[in-house]
Design a protein around this ligand. Structure first.
Ligand SMILES: [Cu+2]
Length: 441
């Protein structure tokens, strides 16, 4: 399995352009990449560090980059009104106000985020801080980023992005699992404890992650960093753009053991697209990658008892409720009955105010809802699954709504005023306009 190079995002030129990438099996893949890397290089920095990145657009169409999960000034947030034409560049300069966590970056031009991300433009942005350092979690070769994506390949093994009307309704699903830019790869591991930073980087696919031998996934973090304590889970249900930080203990395995990390089959009640006669429907079981246990000494890595302290939650009492209704009819995907307006402001709130945002899914399809400018707390889910799951604890910037679910989240913006986005992270829905501007004043 490829692991992208890790680099420091200070004084960095990030060129987006079409590239031919060599895969380990000797074949080559035509992709769109940042710095010729599929996925993009992992940017890694510390809380408080300055980020200076120049995006160079070599794509032949407009683009802009969004730092997903980081709280940055509006001119550094990758709003589509800031997109630059082919041949032009955009300079980012901000300091990292966010706590340690697994963030990521990807394009955000209006109407073209789906194809650009699908063709390979996405990478991790990992933030460290003293608290994370102090916990002794697996690091170095035992800390591995995993981005899961589903792709469609043509007869020559090349990526195909050609959505049909049905795909524009449901989102673009593939039938070939890619991990870190390679189809169904394997990773050799020692008999030790590992930390995997997992990103669902798919356009539309939901994964129900589990290990084939029944080994648990030990959840230690979510979108916005570490939890207060670890949770031992059999499976994790992850929508597009969501991240989890998980530990897996291979110390009890035998040399030569092969363990598959897979997405289990699942049903979406009330939902559409349950296969619809194709082999790539939402909820279809999919083996993603394999771990191969090496003949090695049993490692000394140990599970942490307690983890990080979360920042105090804003007080809920008296917080006004703001409703955002997500509806889909055929190929039209709307929030509160409207399609995205580039300059139109659909909601305003003051810096430092606390609100409860109620995301209401009025449609028979899933919507992973993503908020820019920081992180929220998931308070409750009504309808559908009717509960908040362990992988929705802590700080979150994206929450998955299955059909007819309603989720309350607690929001407070504390860093910057400006124009930011709320949108569905099913990228075909987003490109169709399931997005709105909110302004922090
Ligand atoms: Cu959606």
């Amino acid at each position: 399995m490829p692991v992208p190079e890790t680099i420091t995002p200070d004084g960095l030129t990030l060129t987006a352009r079409p590239t031919t990438v060599s895969l380990d099996d000797g074949s080559s893949l035509h992709a769109w990449t940042f710095r010729n890397s599929l996925p993009g290089p992992t940017l890694r920095a510390r809380s408080g560090d300055r980020v200076r990145v120049v995006l160079e657009n070599g794509l032949g169409e407009e683009t802009i980059v969004h730092w997903h999960g980081l709280d940055v000034p509006q001119l550094a947030d990758g709003h589509p009104r800031l997109a630059v034409e082919s041949g032009e560049s955009y300079a980012y300069d901000f300091s990292i106000r966010s706590r340690a966590g697994t963030y990521w970056y990807h394009p955000h031009p209006h109407g073209r985020t789906g194809p650009q991300a699908y063709m390979g433009l996405a990478g991790f942005f990992i933030v460290d801080d003293p608290e994370n350092d102090s916990l002794g979690l697996p690091s170095g070769a035992r800390e591995i980023p995993l981005v899961f994506q589903d792709k469609r390949l043509d007869g020559a093994g090349q990526l195909v992005y050609a959505p049909s009307g049905f795909d524009l309704m449901e989102g673009y699903l593939g039938n070939v699992p890619f991990v870190n830019g390679a189809p169904f790869p394997y990773q050799v591991v020692n008999r030790d404890l590992y930390r995997f930073r997992v990103l669902n980087g798919s356009n539309a696919r939901i994964f129900d992650l589990a290990l084939s031998d029944g080994s648990p996934l030990v959840l230690v973090g979510t979108d916005g960093g570490l939890l207060e304590s670890a949770r031992t889970l059999d499976s994790i249900f992850l929508g597009p753009a969501e991240r989890v930080d998980v530990l897996v203990d291979f110390s009890g395995k035998e040399p030569g053991d092969r363990i598959v990390l897979r997405s289990r089959e699942f049903q979406i009640s009330g939902g559409m697209g349950m296969g619809m006669g194709s082999s790539s429907g939402q909820g279809q079981a999919m083996d993603l990658m394999e771990f191969v246990v090496r003949d090695s000494e049993v490692g000394q890595g140990s599970m942490p008892v307690s983890l990080a302290s979360l920042p105090p939650a804003p007080p809920q009492a008296g917080a006004p409720v703001q409703e955002f209704r997500f509806s889909s009819h055929m190929m039209s995907h709307l929030i509160n009955g409207r399609s995205f307006g580039m300059e139109r402001v659909d909601h305003r709130l003051a810096l430092g105010d606390t609100e409860i945002w109620r995301f209401i899914n009025e449609s028979p399809m899933p919507h992973p809802v993503h908020m820019h400018a920081g992180q929220f707390r998931v308070l409750s889910r009504n309808g559908g699954r009717g509960q908040v799951f362990p992988w929705e604890a802590g700080l979150k910037d994206t929450v998955l709504l299955l059909p007819f679910e309603s989720v309350d989240v607690l929001v407070r913006f504390e860093e910057y005023r400006g124009l930011y986005l709320l949108h569905c992270h099913n990228l075909e829905h987003e490109d169709a306009g399931m997005m709105l501007n909110f302004e922090i004043v």
